[in-house]
Design a protein around this ligand. Structure first.
Ligand SMILES: Nc1ncnc2c1ncn2[C@@H]1O[C@H](COP(=O)(O)OP(=O)(O)OP(=O)(O)O)[C@@H](O)[C@H]1O
Ligand SMILES: [Mg+2]
Length: 244
């Protein structure tokens, strides 16, 4: 379980996160929504220790992520960055296996096996190992990024806008993958998205970030039926944008 307790993160005198609390339950898919620039990525990065809040604490399985435990806890958490985060000069296989080689000193034969296994789990052909990131389509890149995360057998995966920039059909296949990893490998999942179809389609709970705080938290059906003004505004703008 991830417990976020009263965290405040300030950038340029603005409290991007303002005394924010949230609990992420084991086994769930929780989706965080909110306007651009509101602090969703900052919140995700705080959970994995890439951003350090000025106040408050974050506990991963009862252990604070701040301080000396950061590196061991970080291994429990896979992070799918908003931008792919691949090294362009390395091929996909080298990128997916990078952490095994440099952080965990795994022998090269075993790395190869584990890379292939991770690629299979995200339904990518093992042949993509030889390709470079710039050769992959957007959907394949997301799958490769997920492979790079699951190769370390994480308990948690944080997905920062996993379907942004993908066409609706590819987006649905990425959602399906996130859903299946959550169910089959029991990976607790936190997703940030602007895509209400994704949010409603696969989440157990949805949280709205606004003004540095969680202003709504509830099940998907609570979200669909909510008369909270932030939620109504978000839902309406989405329907207007997509015409759905
Ligand atoms: N390292 C940083 N230095 C200064 N300001 C930052 C830094 N990181 C984030 N911010 C600021 O914090 C605010 C929240 O940023 P964040 O990236 O979390 O937004 P977001 O909700 O993820 O937006 P988007 O939906 O566009 O990805 C922004 O105003 C941003 O400029
Ligand atoms: Mg963001």
């Amino acid at each position: 379980m991830v417990v976020i307790k009263n965290i405040t993160k300030i950038y340029n005198d603005r409290k991007v996160l303002d005394n924010l609390s949230l609990e992420i339950k084991d086994g769930e898919i929780i989706t965080i929504i909110g306007k651009s620039g509101i602090g969703k990525s900052v919140l995700l990065k705080s959970i994995v220790g890439l951003v350090r809040p000025e106040k408050g604490k974050i506990l991963i399985d009862d252990i604070p992520i701040m301080g000396k435990h950061v590196y061991s806890l970080r291994r429990k958490i896979g992070f799918i960055f908003q931008k792919s985060g691949f090294i362009e000069s390395l091929n996909v296989g080298e990128n997916v296996g990078l952490a095994l080689k440099y952080i965990h000193n795994v022998p090269s034969g075993e790395i190869r096996e584990r890379v292939i296994d991770a690629l299979k789990k995200v339904e990518l052909d093992p042949k993509v190992t030889e390709l470079f990131p710039s050769n992959l389509s957007g959907g394949m890149l997301k799958r490769a990024a997920i492979a790079r995360a699951i190769i370390l057998n994480p308990r948690y995966i944080l997905y920062d806008e996993p379907t942004t920039g993908l066409d609706p059909i590819v987006s649905r296949t990425i959602e399906e993958l996130i859903f299946n990893l959550n169910k089959k490998m029991n990976i607790t999942s936190v997703m940030v998205t602007h895509d209400l179809n994704s949010a409603v389609g696969i989440s157990d709970r949805i949280a709205m970030l606004s003004g540095g705080k969680i202003t709504f938290l509830g099940s998907t059906s609570d979200f669909i039926n909510s008369s909270n003004s932030d939620i109504m505004e978000f839902r309406n703008s989405y329907y207007l944008k997509t015409g759905e």
